[in-house]
Write a protein that binds this ligand. Structure first.
Ligand SMILES: CC(C)(COP(=O)(O)OP(=O)(O)OC[C@H]1O[C@@H](n2cnc3c(N)ncnc32)[C@H](O)[C@@H]1OP(=O)(O)O)[C@@H](O)C(=O)NCCC(=O)NCCS
Length: 192
């Protein structure tokens, strides 16, 4: 796999925003702080993902304010998943960029009231296609708890396949640009 180079000026946000018709992936904005704080306070999200100990609206606002700097430094691309009325339904994020291996980590969550409607599957498919296409990464890796059946299903629907070497208690799944090229012309794995 050839090395990947951080774009000049840092990590971009997809422009125009990625969309699947009824959901859209955009950068976080100051008005999302209450929605983000509520999501961080959800026990299931807090159990599965690293969230701040103090998931207050002020903390969420500070995290959102740091979004552009995290991209500039090449640390992360965090995208809000919103509906046609701009309500926050979830998040997808890329982090742990490894230019030498041309790989990054992908993570996601869906707000409690919006689960089971295909939000995460569509969002993960969109961000994966973008990262392995326009952004030029060779692979994305997702690390999912072995007992997180919904998330394993999301990864499957978004075209990820489990890696044989699995960290303890977690399943590592990968989507590669080579897989995507090989799948061209075949039907997508999910409804995205
Ligand atoms: C996991 C999570 C992101 C799923 O989001 P979502 O928007 O509801 O996911 P989708 O609707 O796109 O798809 C979920 C799939 O899992 C299935 N599913 C849901 N709950 C399930 C369960 N308990 N067991 C098995 N499958 C389940 C759904 O039926 C669907 O599959 P289908 O399309 O074949 O019917 C959401 O539950 C969440 O945010 N959980 C907490 C945070 C988290 O776990 N993040 C991921 C860390 S790796």
């Amino acid at each position: 796999m050839t090395a990947w180079r951080l774009p000049e000026g840092g990590l971009p946000v997809p422009t125009p925003p990625l969309t699947h018709g009824w959901i859209l992936l955009r950068h976080w904005s100051a008005g999302d702080a209450a929605s983000l704080s509520a999501a961080w306070s959800d026990p299931e999200i807090a159990r599965r993902l690293p969230v701040p100990d103090d998931p207050t609206e002020a903390r969420a606002a500070a995290w959102i304010a740091g979004e552009a700097e995290r991209r500039r430094l090449g640390l992360a691309v965090d995208l809000a998943v919103v509906d046609v009325d701009d309500r926050v339904f979830g998040e997808v994020g890329l982090s742990s960029f490894d230019p030498d291996r041309s790989v990054a980590l992908v993570g996601w969550w869906t707000a409690p009231g919006q689960r089971g409607r295909g939000v995460a599957s569509a969002a993960v498919r969109l961000v994966t296609d973008w990262a392995l296409g326009e952004l030029g990464l060779g692979a994305l890796v997702a690390e999912v708890d072995r007992d997180n059946a919904a998330s394993l299903r999301v990864a499957d629907r978004a075209g990820y396949r489990p890696l044989p070497d699995r960290p303890e208690g977690r399943v590592a799944l990968v989507a590669t640009s080579a897989d995507r090229r090989g799948a061209a012309g075949r039907a997508p794995a999910g409804g995205c």
